[in-house]
Design a protein around this ligand. Structure first.
Ligand code: OOG
Ligand code: NI
Length: 461
């Protein structure tokens, strides 16, 4: 029996090999990431592994895919469910301040700590919001839905195997092989000709709408390795002549603790695709939708910490509007230095970051009773705090990544009322619960505190 986590690791590895064949610049990105990680490990030693072991980091990837209908999304959930990945978080990219995109998204990922350590593979999954009248009028919506209902993204055999893997916790070897082949094959770029006029009609709304609804199958949009020093990676990729997007999304480079997620990408590249022209002939054209992205992960923030992050983003926006000639990164650094805790200790003490707490063995028992509050336990040397890594995504960064890889701006009719898509709607559409990331991190922290309380004999509550 091949357990689910092994299926997940094998799937991630095969997908990576496939994407390297399809998009050779991705291989460069993986090579440069590896070099940067080796250099950082050499320079910083064990400290470099504070947010994840080298083993985990080296294998770590996230993918991004895009689908058209709730039915397709439910099928995706079955395929990823087989790999022990559950939907976590709801991201509404339609509302993004920077360039709205007609999708709502979630991320499929392993949830508990042991599973993440075994293999943290995750997939940012977006669903086209064809019912949102700000993007699609009635006629286009009807055409879109007819087109999408006629396509089959996942072969029935794959879905059967997926259900079996989820029910039984894995698959026998031969079935595992079949499952992996069919699953990877479902995300390959199809050689089927793209209907040029239909693609162009959707492109007028958004390049993402065309990429999703203008073709007869789905494909991996990008695959993202994790790097320990994203600023250095950006410099090295640029030095190699790879054109990167203008910025690194997320928190700025600064001297304080790394939090949440920093991401950047190389620009979408022309890929040869077969196109069916309006007179029916098939020609080789080029479409530009797929890219390579890289990310650095930091400490998960609590709701309060996240609110602080969002406030600081808005503050940086205001400064940037007032000082258009100063680089945004410099403005952001100054804002962070003023408003963000500069140490992990302070991040924990102010309740802004998520940590797990661990009893310090061999602390001299000097007759005093350990205090109850985590902060006092830390200050008194009874416990140490280990950061919880942020395993999720950021809507504004995601919108920035989407947008910077689109050529046109698309069209959104702001006068119309938007269709309601929210986390509850998505749970219903998926027919499984979309987990709330904050609840999940809090649960990890609370379990560690309960353990500490037991070990130190603290009063419960
Ligand atoms: C997804 C863009 C968002 C991320 O890492 O934030 C994303 C897409 O382009 O389909 O992948
Ligand atoms: Ni991504």
């Amino acid at each position: 029996m091949i357990a689910q986590w092994r299926l997940r690791a094998a799937f991630a590895q095969r997908l990576s090999a496939m994407y390297g064949r399809e998009v050779p610049a991705y291989t460069t990105l993986v090579d440069v990431s590896r070099e940067v990680n080796e250099d950082v490990l050499r320079a910083r030693g064990a400290a470099a592994e504070r947010l994840g072991s080298v083993g985990r980091l080296t294998a770590e990837r996230h993918g991004a895919i895009r689908v058209g209908t709730p039915r397709e999304l439910r099928q995706v959930a079955r395929v990823f469910g087989a790999l022990g990945m559950r939907p976590v978080g709801f991201y509404d990219l339609r509302e993004a301040a920077v360039g709205a995109v007609p999708v709502v998204s979630t991320a499929f990922r392993p949830v508990d700590g042991e599973e993440l350590e075994r293999n943290p593979f995750r997939v940012f999954t977006s669903l086209l919001t064809s019912a949102d009248p700000r993007f699609f009028d009635e006629e286009l919506r009807a055409r879109l839905e007819t087109f999408l209902s006629a396509r089959e993204l996942f072969p029935p055999r794959l879905l059967d195997l997926a259900d079996r893997a989820a029910a039984e916790g894995g698959l026998a070897e031969a079935d595992a092989e079949r499952f992996l082949r069919l699953a990877v094959g479902s995300f390959e770029l199809s050689p089927e000709p793209v209907d040029q006029a239909w693609y162009a009609a959707l492109e007028r709304v958004s390049g993402v709408a065309a990429d999703i609804g203008g073709v007869g199958s789905t494909h991996l949009n990008h695959l993202t390795p994790r790097v320990l020093d994203i600023d250095e990676l950006y410099r090295r990729m640029t030095a190699r002549g790879v054109e990167m997007i203008d910025t690194i999304q997320g928190p700025p480079a600064w001297a304080g603790p790394d939090v949440l997620l920093r991401q950047t990408s190389f620009r979408a590249l022309d890929e040869p695709r077969a196109l069916r022209t309006p007179d029916g002939t098939v020609v080789t054209g080029a479409l530009r939708v797929r890219f390579g992205e890289v990310e650095a992960r930091g400490i998960a923030l609590t709701r309060e910490g996240r609110a602080r992050y969002d406030d600081l983003l808005a503050l940086v926006d205001r400064h940037a509007a007032d000082q258009p000639h100063t680089p945004r990164s410099a403005l952001a650094r100054a804002v962070w230095e003023e408003h963000m805790p500069r140490t992990e200790r302070e991040l924990a003490a102010r309740g802004l970051g998520f940590f797990t707490y661990h009893t310090v063995p061999g602390r001299p028992r000097d007759g005093t009773r350990p205090p109850a509050a985590p902060d006092a336990l830390l200050a008194g040397g009874w416990v140490r705090a280990e950061p919880i890594v942020y395993e999720d995504f950021l809507p504004r960064s995601a919108a920035g990544i989407f947008q910077s890889n689109l050529s046109g701006t698309g069209a959104r009719n702001a006068a119309r009322e938007g269709a309601r898509y929210d986390a509850a709607w998505l749970s219903g559409a998926l027919d499984r619960e979309v987990l709330d990331p904050f609840t999940h991190y809090a649960r990890q922290r609370d379990a560690s505190l309960a353990r500490v309380a037991g070990e130190l004999g603290l009063d419960p509550g």
